[in-house]
Design a protein. Sequence first.
Length: 619
Amino acid sequence: MSNIKEKLFTEFTAPTTQEWLDKIEVDLKGADFQKRLVWRTNEGFNVQPFYRLEDLKELKAVDSLPGEFPFVRGNKKDNNLWYVRQDIKVDDAKAANAKALDVLNKGVDSLGFLIPGKDVSAELVATLLNDILPQYVELNFCTCQRHCLELAEILVAYFKEKNYPLAELKGSINFDPIGKILTKGKDVSEVLSQAKPLVEALKELPGYKCFNVNSVKLNNAGAYIYQELGYALAWGAEYLNVLTEAGVDATEAAKRIKFNMGVSENYFMEIAKFRAARLLWAQIVKQYEPKCDCACQMNVCAITSEYNQTLFDSYVNLLRSQTETMSAAIANVDSIIVTPFDKPYEVPTEFAERIARNQQLLLKEEAHFDKLVDVSGGSYTIEHLTDAIAKEGWKLFLAVEEAGGFLAEALKGNIVSAVNTSNTKRHAAAATRREFILGTNQFPNFTEKSDGKEPCVSLCCNTVAANEAAELPQLNTQRLASEFEDLRLATEKAAKQPIAFMLTIGNLAMRQARAQFSCNFLAAAGYKVMDNLGFKTVEEGVDAALKANADIVVICSSDDEYAEYAIPAFQYLNGRAMFIVAGAPACSEDLKAAGIENFIHVKSNQLETLRAYNAKLGI
């Protein structure tokens, strides 16, 4: 056997970027390169279809190492271990404790307890944590903002009484008054006076975070990725200022801050977001001149999004949350919460919670995502995205700082206004199918029924009482699919499920393509769609539709043939069902002049069109 090491492919000449572009232009056959292959992101920058080493020459962070400042490549050097976290709502301390012990035996190593403020007590904590060894489990607590200090004091006393190794304990208390301002419209900024006392109460627990930046709230309100990034940084900087101005040492202050960030389905962009977040946060903390670089590390818990979850075809939520979890894991976050697939319509079942846990365990135990540090490092595309999204997030951060800081902007309602505007834009994009929701506005399950499922509003321990009027605008957390779901649920409750019949005629390829498009388009409203192989005459097709008791007849053919078939079909139908033309043919004006009103095509506003059809059908 030869010991000579040869470099593979040395006989091939490496093509230049221009040669790649020339080849692509040939393959495009005259189509516009910019329109066909360059992606314009919501963040305001372009993503090219390919990148090369030369594109990274100006990126300084590419030369950094894992575990070293500015931590773009993660906080860890030897592995990519993260905490598998599950949150538990504490209605009954004993039951919550039993559930916690059970899930700890099923792969969870991080617990989140949601405790009503009125229930906070030493007795509750003792019952809740019975037989749980905190030196081996990350413990996170969420309660009313005004009870966080009390809870901190109780926890420290409990851990000391049990003689647990305080320096080894890891966890957090979710103190975030600004988050309540955004979600509940209540000015609770006076609670920030507890900042220094809270840190002092936890001085014997150096591994406990107490100031939380819950930018996941922005994610679940439809914020664009650059918005969550930029606002999270400004949010964290606000808490740094609050703490340091209260007399807390900058190093101590930075180490007490935790980021709970959302993660959506934009796979590579989300990987880049977390990398950019660590990079920028390290730069921000560095300006406070901490005693060590470790204070510049960003501690991140990633939570899969609720915004893109759906009530119908809910098992698709598993696909969404799985890719989201992969993004977070590849991006080297510190802990992950996978949102159960059934959360849009019910309190998650034991089955749904088990699957959510296993989604993370699969990545650890089967795919070994926990073994390699920063596997995305050096990827030309991800390095470029990291740099590009960092620039956009930094611009937004600076804009907030120049406007007076995150708290000031939150109290003015500007943060909520900006995020809600993005939410409105995204709903409009979904309505026109510029943003696809698989199983909802694209490829819906034709035969699925809700089976009694209704959208539910998620509650947490910080919910404002009904008699507390909101003083400020609140984040709109209406899920992206919610309007389509309302439409489909209304159809289900109608006296009769509308039947949409495809009158396919003429050119085989065009009639099949338009029938498929029309079936997907109309099934999104819950209509029963009936496709057909084709008819020889429009009269034959209309007769078949009426025999099927159709409420809607959709003629599907080619643009040229509509001039021949559409008007005769419409006249023969004679108002016995709604008539729709699939497409926007050149003869549309002639068809309208003949009385044809309904057309569906790729530029249609699907949501508004279906609402109008429901109104015509008496739904």
